[in-house]
Design a protein around this ligand. Structure first.
Ligand SMILES: C[S@@+](CC[C@H](N)C(=O)[O-])C[C@H]1O[C@@H](n2cnc3c(N)ncnc32)[C@H](O)[C@@H]1O
Length: 241
């Protein structure tokens, strides 16, 4: 029988959970949040509202829960939801270790079962934003938010692929492949794998790569930060608002 994608994702993340503990612990221990594949500073991006104290915040697809931890430290009442019990076990353990109050619940971010209009702020850092159906999880986030509430989410930009070395190492600040035809012509889809959310393949040819071309750091940060951020900007850009 075919299994649905949510069940498949849950089983994969349960199997993978042990490999995310170290990274989660590292992020929980940070003094200040950093974001994205290039570790852009929160001070530069301001993704978290400055006034979270006393607010209700939810992290959709919270994984090891460090973003929830960062919000709780800013005084928010935090709920983290994730489909994987393995990831949630890590989140709960790290929250306890850091003496941080946050509620971690098991569930599907596309249909949380939580009361509507019960949060002021929602965030997904590579969680629901890249694992759920956009029309389902965005509707759910909208339903959960109070009027005037704000949603922030992070996903992968094609720059991540362009800046990923051909030997499979994590992305850096060098352009390693062309933006167009970045995989080369003869890619065997069965050899594509995912590493920390970045697709990789042993078959990627060196044809057309641009070794040694560096992307200025502020350009990477600007890219991570691109897109309209407040309601007025979103409306001007014709996006959800
Ligand atoms: C790359 S992790 C991101 C989470 C967190 N930022 C971290 O790095 O630990 C992706 C998370 O999304 C969760 N996830 C995938 N599908 C989900 C769904 N339908 N509902 C809730 N969580 C989901 C996975 O279980 C996993 O913990």
């Amino acid at each position: 029988m075919d299994r649905d994608y949510v069940t498949i994702n849950r089983d994969i993340w349960d199997a993978e959970a042990a490999h995310w503990v170290a990274m989660g612990a590292q992020r929980w221990a940070l003094e200040a949040p950093i974001w994205g594949n290039w570790g852009a500073a929160e001070a530069a991006l301001n993704l978290l509202p400055a006034d979270l104290a006393g607010k209700d915040a939810i992290e959709l697809g919270c994984g090891t829960g460090y973003v929830s931890g960062w919000m709780a430290r800013r005084g928010a009442r935090v709920t983290g939801i994730d489909i994987s019990s393995g990831q949630l076990a890590t989140a709960r353990q790290l929250a306890e270790q850091h003496e941080t109050a946050a509620t971690f619940i098991e569930g599907n971010a596309e249909a949380t079962g939580l009361a509507e209009a019960s949060f002021d702020f929602a965030i997904s850092e590579y969680g629901a934003a890249i694992w759920c159906k956009p029309d389902a999880w965005l509707r759910e986030a909208w339903r959960l938010l109070r009027p005037g509430g704000r949603l922030v989410f992070l996903g992968n930009h094609p720059l991540v692929l362009v800046c990923s070395p051909l030997n499979g190492a994590p992305c850096d600040a060098t352009l390693h492949r062309p933006y167009r035809d970045m995989w080369g012509g003869g890619l065997d889809p069965s050899r594509i794998r995912s590493h920390r959310g970045v697709l990789q393949s042993d078959d990627v040819g060196v044809d057309g790569s641009v070794p040694g071309h560096r992307v200025p750091r502020d350009e990477l940060s600007r890219d991570l930060h691109s897109g309209p951020r407040n309601r007025n900007e979103r409306q001007r850009a014709g996006r959800m608002g």
